[in-house]
Design a protein around this ligand. Structure first.
Ligand code: PMP
Length: 363
């Protein structure tokens, strides 16, 4: 009744399901490993006095740890309550009501949910037939008058990685703020030597978004951060953000996570190895996946398995949860997060069993 007309018209974000344990949960791209000992030790260090007082509003210790990790100035770092909060902050800081926000489709659906909250129309550009970003992406966002554009890299839900050179070109051509969402960057093969943090020096309109949800196994903690020139970071940090947006536990555990990169790196390597194996074994079953640099695979479900929605439901009934999206270009596909070796084995067995059942039914 009382909500603004744009809020009345819009639809909310639909998060992935949280199945009751025990389940093989491969539907929301979490890390297959639990957080390491250093983070759990830090959790045990939380005292009543720490909870009694407000946290450091500027999260200076955590921002300094992140700045050290990325070898940049602390004033170029902002921390947030999950990276989702930073996406929303960017919309409220850089998105002007009535002016478009650019995105590519298909993509992370939250982008299209945040835009109408700020009364911003969405300039959607479809990925090309081969799932690459069109070469005139910036021109099309510019034509729509976009003040801000979202680009997930690696791309979600394909897992494709756009090169640093392509990002630099896009930022140079685009007239608004280019937000590059690197939620899945930790899983990129190190042989790619991919890095865009160094672009910040030359690029005034580049805002990089990261999260500890994926690479650091901390989705439940809600901790994300942004890197960019002071001219982008300062207004979010000093004006638009809630004063105490990152709580004392998240600040303390975040510092511990950056002090112990070894555990996180082990998980990244596990994901890469299992990503290759799952892709190969799905291929052996006749299921083609797109080359992915993230911790998930987008699998094209052939008719031998029935349709993707049916396979999704069948797997769920056996306690194996993957993601099916009811949107154009994705209805025939499943997005499968990479789990532990044992979880991936269960997924592969369940998929293989579904094929056997169908073959038996057909004969
Ligand atoms: N960006 C992308 C592309 C994602 O897939 C997700 C997770 N759903 C996020 C950002 C948000 O991550 P978080 O809020 O947990 O940091």
């Amino acid at each position: 009744m009382h909500e603004r007309a744009n809020i009345r018209r819009m639809a909310g974000y639909v998060p992935g399901e949280r199945p009751a344990a025990p389940a093989v949960k491969l539907n929301t791209n979490e890390n297959p490993l639990a957080p390491g000992d250093a983070v759990m030790r830090a959790l045990s260090e939380i005292t009543p006095a720490m909870l009694q007082r407000y946290p450091d509003p500027l999260a200076t210790r955590l921002r300094s740890a992140i700045a050290d990790y990325h070898e940049c100035g602390v004033d170029r770092v902002i921390v947030t309550n999950g990276s989702d909060e930073l996406l929303r902050l960017a919309v409220t800081t850089f998105g002007a009501p009535g002016h478009a926000i650019g995105l590519v489709e298909p993509g992370y659906s939250l982008y299209g949910v945040l835009a109408p909250i700020q009364d911003c129309p969405v300039a959607r550009v479809a990925l090309a037939g081969d799932w690459t970003s069109p070469t005139d992406l910036a021109a099309r966002w510019n034509k729509a008058g976009a003040k801000l554009a979202f680009l997930a890299n690696p791309q979600a839900p394909t897992g494709a990685l756009l090169s640093a050179r392509a990002i630099a070109r896009l930022a140079a051509e685009f007239r608004g703020v280019l937000l590059v969402d690197e939620a899945y960057i930790d899983f990129v093969d190190p042989t790619q030597a991919h890095d865009i943090v160094s672009l910040i020096d030359q690029t005034a309109n580049l805002l990089i978004v990261r999260t500890l949800s994926k690479g650091h196994s901390l989705a439940g903690l809600r901790l994300g951060y942004g890197l960019g020139r002071e001219s982008l970071v300062t207004p979010m940090l000093t004006k638009v953000r809630d004063s105490y947006n990152v709580d004392v536990i998240a600040q303390h555990l975040g510092c511990a996570a950056f002090a112990d990169m070894g555990h996180a790196r082990t998980s990244w390597q596990l994901v890469r190895e299992e990503r290759d194996r799952v892709a190969r074994e799905l291929g052996d079953l006749g299921i083609v996946t797109l080359p992915s640099q993230a911790n998930f695979l987008l699998a094209d479900i052939p008719s031998a398995f029935g349709d993707a929605q049916t396979l999704h439901a069948l797997l769920a009934s056996q306690g194996v949860h993957v993601r099916w999206f009811d949107v154009p270009r994705l209805r025939g596909r499943l997005r499968i997060s990479i789990g532990t070796r044992a979880e991936n084995d269960q997924l592969l067995s369940a998929i293989e069993a579904s094929l056997v059942v169908r073959t038996r039914c057909a004969s």
